[in-house]
Design a protein around this ligand. Structure first.
Ligand code: ZN
Length: 318
């Protein structure tokens, strides 16, 4: 670091130098170099005010943002599922005014005093400010259809949905609450995996959450795991893959390591559609693919089916 600042200082008089470094420095230089690039190919974009339209990543259709929001962030033309925030998702699933958030005030701690490009403490503060979330998961009790349920919803916009101690703790607590209150658990995952800033503490959450789920299963209570784009690594290798019922959104990328890593390790060509929800449905890892717009109705039906069966079993046993 010291070397960098020293070099910059010594070359301070040369006007050409700042242009070599990619993002920062004078804004005039940046906009000058950008203009000719965008000019001919994307001249249409200039006429469209920002934040009004969104281009679909799959079919390239321009969709009116309001329309996209009303359609739960699903492309109206090709059914592409855009990322959706945890709060929006909860709103789309639970009955009005029934969500009772739990452990809303606990926050992550920088146990290792980790510093990479930025310190973990600063990263947490930045993400809390930019997302309005305390961390990458929201948990609570709610009602879906006529069913009371414990719900955990992850949010990819907070540090890539990474699962640190806090995510593990909040999920474990909501699972334990469900066991105590005889409720089903639904966890909606989206994650890049373990939170590396927390090292081993992050990895321990795999065992902790699965331990809580084991007690929940022992009480013969149902657990539905919903996988959304992307659900990978340590989250997929723990609570996300042990649902009694595992469902996914269309087109979601689901896996442990990324396809490039697998390809390099195995030195084999990967089959088409590898690690997509559709591929995993064909190969038996997941039970169903459910569109976001049908999620609430489907979850209600699954819960009816799973809790009715339990009620009958309890009645038969007594
Ligand atoms: Zn589309």
């Amino acid at each position: 670091m010291a070397t960098t600042s020293f070099t910059k200082k010594s070359l301070g008089l040369e006007t050409a130098e700042p242009a070599v470094t990619p993002p920062p420095a004078s804004s005039t230089t940046t906009s000058f170099t950008k203009k000719p690039k965008l000019g001919s190919a994307k001249s249409k974009k200039k006429d469209i005010p920002e934040g009004v339209w969104t281009k679909c990543n799959k079919c390239s259709t321009m969709i009116f943002d309001k329309e996209l929001d009303e359609n739960l962030k699903v492309c109206t033309r090709c059914n592409y599922h855009f990322p959706i925030g945890a709060r929006e998702r909860i709103h789309s699933l639970v009955e009005t005014c029934t969500f009772e958030e739990m452990n809303a005030d606990i926050t992550s701690v920088d146990i290792l005093k980790f510093t990479g490009v930025a310190s973990y403490t600063n990263k947490l503060a930045d993400y809390q400010k930019s997302t309005g979330l305390k961390d990458a998961v929201i948990t609570g009790l709610c009602k879906i259809g006529e069913h009371r349920a414990a719900l955990g919803v992850m949010d990819f916009s907070f540090l890539g949905g990474s699962r640190g101690s806090l995510v593990g703790e909040k999920l474990s607590r909501i699972i334990e609450k469900a066991t105590e209150k005889n409720l089903p658990v639904i966890i909606i995952s989206t994650s890049g995996g373990a939170r590396m800033y927390e090292g081993m503490f992050s990895l321990m959450q795999m065992a902790k959450t699965c331990g809580a789920l084991a007690y929940h299963a022992k009480a013969k209570l149902p657990y539905i795991s919903v996988l959304t784009h992307p659900t990978t690594a340590g989250v997929m290798a723990s609570y996300a893959s042990v649902g009694d019922l595992i469902i996914a959104e269309p087109g979601a990328m689901i896996g442990f390591a990324g396809p490039r890593v697998i390809k390099d390790t195995t030195q084999a060509e990967l089959p088409p559609g590898f690690q997509t929800a559709e591929f995993l449905l064909d190969h038996g890892l997941i039970d169903a693919i459910v569109s976001r717009k049908e999620m609430k109705q489907q979850l209600t039906e699954y819960l009816s089916y799973m809790t009715e069966g339990r009620k009958k079993a309890v009645a038969a046993a007594s």
